[in-house]
Design a protein around this ligand. Structure first.
Ligand code: ATP
Length: 292
């Protein structure tokens, strides 16, 4: 019996090692995906901004030959929630890529706490921003490990608080294996909404002055959407947040909404101001409500 047990036990060990290695390879690919296309300037500061005042100043950008953002200016004051909306292809995701410096602006500046992001190391810049991306990458590991990935040295109490703020506690408690539930390959065992809330928990755990939420385009049922909305509202407390929204219902409470069309800011204001202005936002709002 013992002779059988040892090889089986060994196989179990090998399996765990391989599984661990695969998770690491996945992690590596996520990192490789984000290989910087820009280089740090020799005098770049390694001190990460801590306040979180964000400004886009006359930013223009082109991929190859095509200009996709033209003369974009707006502020995201400390602690406020600013939303960016617009048609598909308007340049919303590109704004986020520029903020992370996956590309450098062709003209203008992006400033955090008054510092041009080109004057920061990319590491210092990215330490100041947490992102909830459209497609959350989850590892085939436990929910606990997937959330802890937000900050590996987080304490148990911090993890539990992040989970609470991300409105995940009831979901986790409802699972037979609770925190130890395996999420499956690429998180296949979780719904789109649950995955985004795991991502929100990670972002909260990262504890940065700036939070960026890139809303998924895929539609969610209204319960799931409400859970995300609540999670986002709680996560945004005490942060400067920039939300790229596809569903306008997500951003009714934003302090300011920037409306992009073909790479330009065509209007901005609160939800009520923009509805009264009867412009592009009011038109998009009407279309979405007709569909609902
Ligand atoms: P959506 O709502 O569909 O996600 P978006 O407003 O986020 O759209 P972007 O993804 O910022 O739009 O794209 C803006 C424009 O830039 C689009 O015309 C797109 O085709 C183009 N574009 C995006 N990424 C690249 C790239 N890597 N190389 C060349 N062009 C790109």
């Amino acid at each position: 019996m013992m002779q059988l047990f040892i090889p089986l036990n060994f196989l179990g060990f090998v399996y765990r090692e391989i599984r661990g290695a695969l998770a690491n390879i996945e992690r590596m690919f996520t990192i490789l995906d984000k290989v910087p296309k820009v280089v740090d300037s020799p005098n770049a500061s390694g001190k990460s901004p801590t306040i979180g005042a964000l400004q886009f100043k006359q930013v223009s950008f082109q991929y190859d030959e095509r200009t996709v953002l033209k003369d974009i200016s707006f502020d995201v004051p400390v602690g406020q929630k600013i939303a960016v909306v617009g048609d598909s292809g308007a340049g919303k995701s590109t704004l986020i890529k520029l903020l992370f410096r996956f590309y450098d602006v062709n003209q203008g500046q992006i400033l955090i706490d008054g510092i041009d992001i080109k004057d920061l190391t990319q590491q210092a810049l990215r330490q100041a921003i947490a992102i909830v991306p459209q497609d959350t990458v989850l590892f085939n590991d436990s929910l606990y490990e997937n959330i802890r990935y937000g900050r590996l040295d987080a304490t148990q109490a911090e993890i539990e608080q992040a989970v609470e703020l991300a409105h995940l506690t009831d979901f986790i408690e409802s699972l037979p294996d609770k925190w130890q539930t395996k999420v499956g390959e690429r998180g296949l065992k979780l719904s789109g909404g649950e995955k985004q809330r795991v991502s929100i928990a990670r972002a909260i755990l990262k504890s940065t002055p700036i939070l960026v939420f890139d809303e998924a385009t895929s539609s969610l049922d209204s319960r799931s959407e409400k859970a995300i909305l609540n999670a986002l509202r709680d996560a945004a407390k005490g942060h400067t947040s920039l939300v790229v929204a596809h569903r306008l219902s997500t951003i009714i409470d934003a302090d300011n909404i920037i409306v992009l069309s073909q790479g330009k800011v065509v209007e901005s204001g609160t939800h009520n101001q923009l509805i009264n202005a009867q412009g592009l936002y009011a038109h998009l709002w009407q279309i979405q409500n007709e569909r609902a």
